[in-house]
Write a protein of this length. Structure first.
Length: 456
């Protein structure tokens, strides 16, 4: 991999401008065909601000935030602009024709126009993801070089962009190049359906001198984060080859060993905010996080989740669901099924991973028919999708007990289990106590082992 010092030479050809001595950004815009009256500003899985939109689609807000990319969501419309302190800008778009109508204006628009153009140029070179990743090594690498060279050339053309952004973006372009090379093996194997594929020994970049503790690059560059994640994944797999330990515990331990506070705290939080709700090793998981993190706000949030999850740990009395609508008529509560084991599937009609489990769930239900276990599927679809749920249950001939939660994600049963992602599977024993709050999926062979250990 080329030395990043060389990037400083390239900077000398870029113009610079005086930075403004302010600590905020005025962000405004107009949205046509708005679907609600607000925008949500998010960064690193945390909601930063809610921006109000008036009845004609206009909004304006003063943001006291750090430089960086942020996710903006409006209903099902998403954009990821770059905010730089002192560089005010506006964004305008039509929800019903987003791609064609997206426009940035103002002093901060130059960066975002560059980013938009850059993404389009990359798509023009890639054209088709399956064909792109299916290319032979030499052709793939040529296209990756073309993307890198085009991006550097494009950045030169945007003279009004600050030297601060350009210096970081040049490094980011190099990181994107490295990430594209590192990602090739996995995606080539996937798209060509050759699981055994391995790249040649000379294909991958040399990462022996790569700086995995650069907090500034971590905050700026998504590609840097991906490289770091790939490295952590590889080191986790290497540990698992010699040590019989839970994967999530090994990964979190590897993250906790990172020297840089910024990177370590961010990655620990991002992994744990969802990971702690899935782990089957709650106490160990929590301990690793608390010992590794130095961010007090993150520690308070994860501690709150931990204390809530302890209430639904193995051996605790399960929270109750009451009077959920049954597809076959009437209403049912969890207490109706005491005396048998209960395998609960939390799902929704819009959830693709949930639907992939359906054939496996049907097979499991048949295998354990007339055994001491009930299979209950609870939909957390919105109330407005009730008819859609009924139609799918009927058309797919879903078996087991099909129930409809009373308030989607906000149903008390879902909240009590701190469910943040679906599908989610739970096993409850015949006396109403939790046997496994994170049970294996129907497609997981470990589910059979679990049932065997329960003597069903």
């Amino acid at each position: 991999m080329k030395a990043f010092i060389s990037l400083l030479i390239v900077l000398s050809i870029f113009s610079c401008k005086k930075e403004k001595d302010v600590n905020y950004i005025v962000f405004s815009g107009v949205i046509k065909n708005q679907v609600n009256d607000y925008l949500i500003l998010t960064k690193s899985n945390k909601d930063i601000d809610t921006i109000n939109i008036d009845s004609v689609g206009t909004f304006i807000d003063t943001l006291f935030i750090n430089n960086g990319y942020y996710l903006i969501s409006h209903g099902k419309t998403f954009l990821r602009p770059y905010f730089e302190v002192g560089e005010d800008f506006s964004v305008n778009f039509d929800v019903e024709n987003f791609t064609e109508t997206l426009r940035y204006e103002g002093s901060g628009a130059e960066i975002n126009n560059y980013v938009t153009k850059k993404r389009q140029n990359e798509l023009d070179i890639i054209e088709n993801r399956a064909e792109f990743y299916g290319l032979p090594e030499s052709e793939y690498k040529s296209k990756v070089y073309a993307i890198k060279d085009n991006n550097i050339k494009l950045l030169k053309e945007y003279e009004a962009i600050s030297i601060n952004f350009k210096s970081k973006e040049l490094k980011n372009i190099e990181y994107e190049f490295v990430n594209n090379l590192l990602s090739y093996e996995e995606f080539h194997a996937y798209f060509t359906k050759v699981d055994s594929f391995e790249v040649s020994s000379t294909f991958l970049p040399d990462l022996s001198n790569f700086d995995f503790n650069n907090g500034k690059d971590y905050l700026f560059s998504p590609a840097y984060k991906r490289i770091l994640n790939l490295s952590l994944k590889d080191s986790t797999e290497a540990v698992l080859k010699t040590k019989d330990s839970p994967r999530d515990i090994v990964l979190l331990s590897r993250i906790a060993e990172i020297d840089n506070d910024t990177i370590r705290n961010s990655m620990l939080y991002n992994e744990s905010v969802y990971g702690i709700t899935y782990t089957n090793n709650l106490d160990d998981y929590y301990k690793i996080f608390m010992n590794g993190s130095t961010n007090q706000n993150d520690k308070l949030e994860i501690t709150e989740a931990f204390q809530k999850l302890k209430k639904v740990d193995k051996g605790q009395v399960s929270p109750e669901f009451i009077d959920y609508i049954n597809f076959n008529g009437g209403k049912n509560s969890l207490s109706d099924y005491q005396g048998k084991y209960v395998y609960i599937d939390i799902w929704a009609t819009w959830c693709a991973p949930c639907k992939k489990e359906i054939p496996f769930l049907k097979e499991i239900e048949q295998q354990y028919k007339n055994k001491n276990i009930e299979f209950i599927s609870i939909s957390i679809d919105k109330q407005s999708d009730f008819d859609k749920w009924k139609k799918m249950v009927s058309q797919e001939n879903l078996s087991g007990i099909q129930l409809y939660a009373d308030n989607a994600w906000n149903s008390q049963f879902v909240q009590d289990y701190l469910i943040k992602g679906i599908p989610r599977f739970i096993i409850i024993d015949p006396v109403g106590k939790i046997y496994n709050a994170n049970a294996p999926r129907p497609s997981d062979k470990d589910l059979h082992k679990q049932f065997e250990s329960m003597n069903i």
